[in-house]
Design a protein around this ligand. Structure first.
Ligand code: PMP
Length: 562
């Protein structure tokens, strides 16, 4: 095992390492400061290279054929299971089920375990800070069975409240679901106590380890949880691979989830089909073989380093970033105290999260804004969303310095922009306005200048009367609040009024509306927003999607005008 050396560790990640220009002094070089590791991590060379090597050398289906290639593929696939079993200290390979991610692992449990242990009137306890993946599958099965969900709240620091847990836990509680670490709050939940108490009450425990697994060693036998789920892609592995760990006796007693090939022992059209033994009973169909094999490389990669040192380094990053953010006067943390893993959530007073995140992106800094798939948590904290910085062991103190300095600059720029002169434009001539915008953008080359231009355009958008901002005009699917109303002329062409609480969305509204103003329903329906954004040179950074609001705006306009 090697000592953990941050700079040496970083060199394994080509996407991170080749974009390390922040200290080169060359402003023309784009740096990527990747602080969105909670969403997915970057991949080390060992994982990247494993995928083509698998397809070039040993690709075949697993467990099926009696030829050498299939035997090689099966061996690699099953060795990967052994690697993961050892990594989380499970008792047996039978307890490691391959899925396509945390979400699928929980869906499997809700469906199969839910059917096994829940009856009408039973209760499931889950924390208010759970990711949607650990809420919605339980809501669906609870509704089907007539069970109910009890919600566990948090203490001021953002960890689940153990006192409240004592009062929620009853004879009716059959399943307790809790994230080891919330993907927004970065605090380690007291799951050892939760598991002990749940066990004493006869309830089964499901721990969502999607965030924890990347940051510190996990021992499922020591935790004594019944189930532990996580995704490969959040711990330097490929996307499309996940793990469901479960105690063998429980898995054995559960009915199959999906059915088809591989999960059967015997199929007959004349007598009942019998099912394969663990773990195959839960692995219907051809799995992501190359992904599983590459995932084992990710685990071997982590295992090369002293895991405790890696965790300690990440905690130092978390502390450093938390302290630096505390010194920025307008930063408000959404819960009290420093995080346990390098995941920090905050808002900036007086500024929309989306505006701050897109401005940072124009300086090459990738952080996340929005509800982070934790809408109930946002509601509980009475916020519409927040910013999240989530770091990994390849991030550095230099990057944090660059991020903090840029954040301060961006907040200042945002303030100055709000004070600037505003000229409202009302152009309803077909094509004039969009051509003007295309011309303007064609002269600007860099993303940060284009971003500045979008923000300037946003200032030209006439604010909409508050009375017009209602359910009917709301653009749903956009992560910020945005509204649009349509006016139809006697000639059958349309003009629009629109607004948003985020400046970047106001800018995007000016751009999108310029394309639609003065057009007929037919022309609007036929309009190709992708090629318009291509023309504007925005496609690489703002490729129309629901996430950034562009598609949601376009869909709403198309619906309103048809
Ligand atoms: N739970 C938590 C705590 C997560 O952070 C995530 C991913 N953001 C998920 C579940 C879902 O993981 P996946 O999308 O890989 O299925």
């Amino acid at each position: 095992m090697k000592n953990f050396e941050p700079e040496q560790f970083r060199q394994h990640f080509p996407l991170i390492y080749k974009n390390r220009y922040i200290n080169s002094g060359d402003e023309s070089l784009l740096s990527i400061i990747y602080f969105d590791n909670g969403a997915t991590t970057q991949k080390p060379n060992a994982v990247i290279e494993c995928l083509p090597a698998f397809y070039q050398n040993i690709n075949a289906n697993v467990h099926r054929a009696s030829h050498n290639l299939s035997a090689k593929a099966t061996k690699a696939f099953e060795q990967a299971r052994e690697t993961v079993k050892t990594f989380i200290h499970a008792k047996s390979n039978k307890e490691i089920i391959w899925t396509k991610g945390t979400t699928e692992s929980i869906n499997l449990l809700a469906s199969s375990l839910g059917k096994k242990v829940l009856s009408s009137g039973d209760e499931i306890i889950l924390a208010v800070s759970e990711h949607h993946a650990n809420i919605v599958p339980w809501q669906i099965i609870a509704e089907q069975i007539g069970a109910s969900i009890k919600v566990l709240s948090l203490d001021a620091a953002g960890r689940v409240d153990l006192n409240e847990f004592d009062t929620l836990l009853t004879k009716q509680t059959k399943i307790v679901c809790c994230a080891h670490v919330s993907n927004v709050l970065g605090k380690i939940n007291p799951i050892v106590d939760i598991i002990k108490k749940a066990k004493a009450a006869g309830a089964v425990t499901v721990i969502d380890g999607a965030q924890a697994i990347a940051h510190f060693p996990v021992d499922v036998q020591k935790l004594d949880c019944d189930f532990y789920v996580f995704s490969a892609h959040k711990m330097y592995g490929p996307t499309g691979v996940g793990v469901l760990y479960g105690k063998e006796a429980l898995l054995d007693a559960m009915p199959p989830y999906q059915s088809g090939g591989e999960m059967i022992k015997n199929v007959s059209l004349n007598k009942p089909t019998t099912f394969n033994s663990l773990p195959f009973k839960f692995e219907a169909g051809t799995p992501n073989i190359a992904g599983v094999v590459a995932y084992a490389e990710a685990v071997h990669f982590i295992n090369q380093f002293d895991h405790d040192e890696l965790t300690k380094y990440e905690q130092q990053l978390a502390q450093y970033c938390f302290q630096a953010l505390s010194r920025v006067p307008t930063v408000k943390f959404i819960v009290e105290g420093a995080p346990d893993i390098p995941v920090i959530a905050f808002t900036i007073e007086g500024h929309h999260n989306h505006d701050i995140a897109t401005s940072l992106d124009s300086y090459g800094i990738a952080i996340r804004s929005g509800h982070h798939c934790a809408m109930p948590l946002m509601e509980y904290l009475n916020i519409s969303g927040c910013l999240r910085v989530s770091m990994a062991a390849y991030n550095s103190f230099d990057e944090i310095d660059y991020f903090i300095n840029t954040l301060i600059k961006v907040i200042q720029q945002e303030k100055e922009n709000s004070l600037g002169e505003v000229t409202h434009k009302t152009i309803h001539n077909k094509d004039t306005e969009s051509n003007e915008i295309i011309n303007k953008f064609s002269k600007i080359k860099s993303w940060d200048s284009r971003h500045r231009e979008i923000m300037l355009l946003g200032k030209t958008l006439q604010r909409m009367d508050k009375g017009l901002r209602n359910e009917d005009s709301l653009i749903s699917g956009c992560e910020s609040l945005a509204w649009v109303v349509v006016n139809k002329s006697p000639q059958g062409t349309f003009s629009f009024q629109a607004d948003s609480d985020a400046k970047i969305i106001r800018g995007l509204l000016v751009i999108v509306l310029s394309a639609f103003n003065g057009k007929s329903a037919l022309e609007i329906n036929a309009f190709d927003i992708d090629s318009f954004f291509e023309h504007l040179g925005l496609i690489q950074h703002l490729s129309p999607s629901r996430g950034n609001g562009v598609l949601a705006i376009v869909d709403k306009i198309k619906i309103l005008t048809q």
